[in-house]
Write a protein that binds this ligand. Structure first.
Ligand code: PLP
Length: 458
């Protein structure tokens, strides 16, 4: 039990009262929490007044930083006018309509519709249910299975966690549930075979997918889900030809393509949506996080006109779309999201992210010349990763017990930089409002931390 925490402090009361997501309970009891008291731009402050640059924008989400006054004002205004109303049973309100219209236009899903939910997991599960309706209406009710990819992250509810390709999301719960299957991860750095060209790698990924479909039976597969760039699995950018080739296979077997843009959406990768960065043409898109800069728990699915027509057709004889969350289209959530979108447009977010991303990437490329343990620098826009290795030539990873990534995070944290390791890949996904001098500060803190890590590992 924690003894170093002041009695009756937030930290000690928290240890006594709260179960935390993705946190080791014993280690938490020993170490206690980071108590965050306030935010200022890209920084957060702890209860001792120490300042940190949060180079992960929280959980890849606070794109407008941690104390945006306009988002606060938009929420306050909406609370004053209509603090709650739902969108069940034909009800709506103007902010929900405005946001639905805007999302359909922004995503280029003309003829489609937007559906609101409150978390990324709910949005992903909604896409699966819509895929089931779609196939049922078209006389193919056996098409139920969903193909995801190894190392994917798609959320924490039962089906969303089943779509994850990460054992830590499965092991305590006996997941995945049946019907959720996985294919290869398009990781060029780790999964290409010695001597294999990128074109051959794509051929192999496509072949593996097709084999899986044929093995399971094409008439059992409803959908394929992917992030344009896999965030939580380690910032994995697929080969350029990957999605076009994968989508040809999906089309051949009448399998819907579900695009999880929960991290990549709203300019994170240097385009409005990650699908533009990687050449993906989905049937449905899941949005969350950057949608409201996570100032309100809101998510959305944008579905194609064909999928919408299936929902309509299914309920032609009466009945209603049997799905919904109490807070779907919450007026405050949609008002905050509308304001966030307005700010993104005013700040020319796409151009800004490209410029800042380029700046951070060249710092990392420069660091790679000084630190042989940097094996790979990858990513797009402001979604970048550095993979640490014991030997750059052979790509030999560090021994797992060295905890190279975790030690970097600990050192960086002491230096006032919040990063996020995924194994030995260091993730950087700062708030999109980050400016050039702040990019340089992130790079300086990263370099300082790498130097200390080098000493620690030697
Ligand atoms: N999809 C991706 C790519 C994510 O990164 C996340 C969350 O980190 C989710 C889905 C799940 O979102 P939520 O935690 O809001 O359910």
């Amino acid at each position: 039990m924690t003894t170093h925490l002041k009695s009756n402090s937030v930290a000690s009361r928290d240890v006594a009262s709260q179960l935390h997501s993705q946190t080791n309970p014993s280690r938490f009891e020993a170490d206690g929490p980071l108590v965050v008291t306030r935010g200022e731009g890209i920084r957060v402050f702890d209860d001792a007044g120490k300042s940190y640059i949060d180079a992960m924008a929280g959980l890849w989400c606070a794109s407008l930083g941690f104390n945006n006054a306009r988002l606060a004002a938009a929420a306050t205004k909406q609370y004053g006018e209509l603090g709650f109303y739902h969108t069940f049973f034909n009800r709506t309100h103007a902010p929900a309509t405005d946001l639905a219209e805007k999302l359909v236009a922004l995503t280029g899903m003309e003829g489609g519709k937007a559906y609101f939910a409150t978390s990324g997991s709910e949005a992903n599960e909604t896409m699966v249910k819509l895929a089931w309706i779609y196939h049922t209406v078209r006389g193919k009710p056996t098409k139920r299975k969903v193909i995801a990819r190894d190392r994917a992250f798609h959320g924490s509810t039962i089906a969303a966690a089943s779509m994850c390709g990460l054992t830590f999301m499965h092991r305590e719960f006996g997941l995945p549930i049946s019907g959720f299957i996985h294919t290869l991860c398009p990781d060029r750095y780790r999964n290409m075979l010695p001597g294999e060209t990128e074109a051959q790698f794509v051929d192999r990924l496509v072949l593996e997918l097709e084999r899986l479909i044929l093995r399971e039976g094409p008439d059992t597969i409803a959908a394929f889900i992917a992030e344009p760039i896999n965030a939580g699995g380690g910032i994995i950018v697929p080969p350029a030809a990957y999605f076009a080739r994968i989508q040809a296979v999906l089309k051949k077997y009448d399998i819907l393509c579900l695009d999880d843009e929960i991290v990549c959406g709203f300019a994170r990768t240097g385009n409005w949506f990650g699908k533009e960065t990687v050449g993906l043409k989905p049937d449905m898109i899941a949005l969350a996080k950057g949608l409201s800069s996570s100032y309100f728990p809101i998510s959305a699915v944008v579905l194609s006109g064909e999928v919408y027509e299936a929902v309509k057709e299914f309920n032609k004889q009466g009945g209603a779309f049997g799905h919904g969350f109490t807070n779907s289209g919450h007026p405050v959530g949609v008002a905050v999201a509308l304001e966030a979108l307005k700010i993104y447009e005013e700040m020319n977010v796409v151009d800004h992210v490209r410029a800042m991303g380029q700046r951070l990437r060249s710092h990392f490329a420069d660091m790679a010349t000084r630190f042989p343990m940097i094996g790979d620098v990858r990513g797009e826009g402001l979604m970048l990763g550095i993979e640490l290795v014991a030997d750059r030539e052979t790509r030999q990873p560090f021994a797992p017990e060295l905890l190279a990534g975790q030690n970097f995070d600990r050192i960086a944290y002491d230096n006032g930089l919040i990063g996020r390791c995924m194994g030995d890949t260091l993730g950087f996904s700062p708030p999109l409002i980050i400016e050039a001098d702040e990019i340089d500060q992130v790079a300086d803190l990263c370099e300082k931390s790498l130097k200390q890590l080098q000493v620690h590992l030697s």
